[in-house]
Design a protein around this ligand. Structure first.
Ligand code: SAM
Length: 184
């Protein structure tokens, strides 16, 4: 395998900027669920602290297993700067970035990294994020959704292998799906 996505020394963080309690709870929850299933280790969010969002995620992890975490960041510039110092490569998903089909050569480099942070917005993202980011990447240069952008980017990064991830400690597991729907 080209890269070490599932080794314990690989760390993939999703940073959700600008969370507004009540208004964004559904979208931020979906960002977290997508991050978890598409191979991220944790979602860090910035904006309004939201206990009900954190609790609902903990409940999902308790039921469906794995070690996915949710954390709150007090200051996004401080957080991103520290992560860069720790060796993280920062990818900012934005419609203004390099379009995904043109990003293919950089995926090859990124897959060799051991620490990656993927930044998504909610409300307008401040200009400094574009400068702090190592890569500003668009999933199509048209406005759409942070949830969709995250899913597509994470899956391309890991080439679908993340969907085979195991979730230790799960109370609920789906074994083999509806195999009778496969024509063999
Ligand atoms: N109006 C906001 C702005 O000007 O930044 C964008 C709001 S958009 C609903 C929220 C987030 O979705 C963006 O910050 C970005 O992370 C993500 N997003 C939206 N369209 C995207 C695209 N084409 N490619 C990558 N990310 C995108």
């Amino acid at each position: 395998m080209l890269y070490k996505v599932y080794l314990s020394d690989f760390m993939l963080i999703v940073f959700r900027y600008g969370h507004r309690a009540f208004r964004d709870i559904r979208v931020t929850t979906h960002c977290a669920l997508v991050s978890r299933v598409f191979g991220a280790d944790k979602l860090v969010y910035y904006g309004q602290r939201d206990d009900s969002f954190e609790k609902s995620l903990q409940k999902t992890v308790g039921q469906w297993g794995g070690k996915f975490k949710v954390e709150y960041a007090e200051d996004f510039v401080d957080y991103l700067t520290k992560k860069k110092e720790e060796g993280f490569k920062i990818v900012h998903l934005t419609m203004f970035g390099v379009n995904l089909p043109d990003f293919e050569p950089y995926f090859k480099k990124l897959r060799k990294e051991k620490k990656i942070l993927i930044f998504v917005g909610a409300e307008k993202v401040p200009g400094e994020v574009y400068k702090i980011a190592d890569y500003n990447v668009a999933v199509g240069n048209q406005p759409h959704s942070e949830i969709a952008a995250l899913a597509v980017f994470l899956d391309r990064l890991q080439e679908g292998k993340e969907l085979k991830k195991k979730y230790p400690g799960a109370k609920t597991k789906i074994k083999n799906g509806f195999r009778n729907t496969l024509k063999e």
